[in-house]
Design a protein around this ligand. Structure first.
Ligand code: SF4
Length: 236
């Protein structure tokens, strides 16, 4: 497998922000979001080649007391889904929760990994993320993201939803996405809906954040606008 890095920090995103978390960052991502904050982990040949056993050893050495969860992140963890399965089994045996932080670009791979994951986030990319090259690929990405949401809720995983917004994110597109999300998932089957403002790239002004919030609230009144905590406190 190709590994970018392993480290322990404070979770800075989503509904589990503030928890002591080990990050296992796999190298390589098929998407290319223009605001990506880990561009060094995008190339498929980035990071270092390791055997699974070597990475298990690294996880054992890094694991601190009172770690709440281990995040499999990237890059894109589903690009190396078989490695994630093996490592997630290993982490669970140590009595620590597993967390999948994926862009949900491949629902078939997501379904294979999910049984070994305790907590998952379903991320939706808006078109202004420029994650894929054109509308054809964007529609396929959206289809996979919605399918991952369906698979996770039907499995009773209580996923939470995250959408990164910039000042250029189209409010109508966002509203249409919200309708699709709640067509697929019932509010009682999700653990949160996080609107995450972009950081230092086309940051959304307050009026736009209100517009995004107002699009979700009628469907789900537990919606939250949550910036990335780790960047505010200077953690990795
Ligand atoms: S999916 Fe994640 S890792 Fe891949 S380019 Fe987008 S933000 Fe970066």
């Amino acid at each position: 497998m190709r590994l970018s890095e392993i480290f322990t920090s404070i979770e800075g995103e989503g509904v589990f922000f503030g928890t002591k978390t080990m990050f296992v960052r796999l190298a390589g991502c098929p998407l290319k979001c223009h605001w990506c904050d880990t561009p060094y982990a995008i190339p498929m040949d980035s990071g270092y080649a390791h055997t699974i056993d070597e990475v298990k050893e690294m996880i054992s050495c890094e694991l601190q007391e009172n770690t709440y969860k281990v995040n499999f992140t990237g890059g894109e963890p589903l690009a190396q889904h078989e490695a994630v399965i093996e490592l997630a089994k290993f982490v669970r045996k140590k009595g620590v929760k597993t967390y999948l932080e994926s862009a949900c670009y491949d629902s078939a791979r997501f379904a294979k990994v999910l049984p070994y994951i305790d907590i998952c986030k379903i991320e939706f990319k808006m078109k202004d993320a420029r994650a894929v090259v054109d509308d054809k690929y964007y529609n396929n990405l959206l289809k996979n993201e919605l399918e991952c949401l369906k698979i996770a809720t039907e499995a009773g995983k209580m996923p939470y939803i995250k959408v990164v917004v910039t000042n250029s994110t189209d409010v109508d597109e966002f509203s249409a996405l919200v309708k699709e999300v709640f067509r697929v998932a019932s509010p009682k089957n999700i653990a949160g809906f996080i609107i995450q403002p972009s950081h230092k790239t086309d940051e959304p002004v307050l009026e736009r954040l209100f517009a995004f919030y107002d699009a979700v609230y009628p469907f789900y009144d537990q919606v939250r606008v949550v910036p990335q905590l780790h960047k505010i406190i200077g953690a990795r």
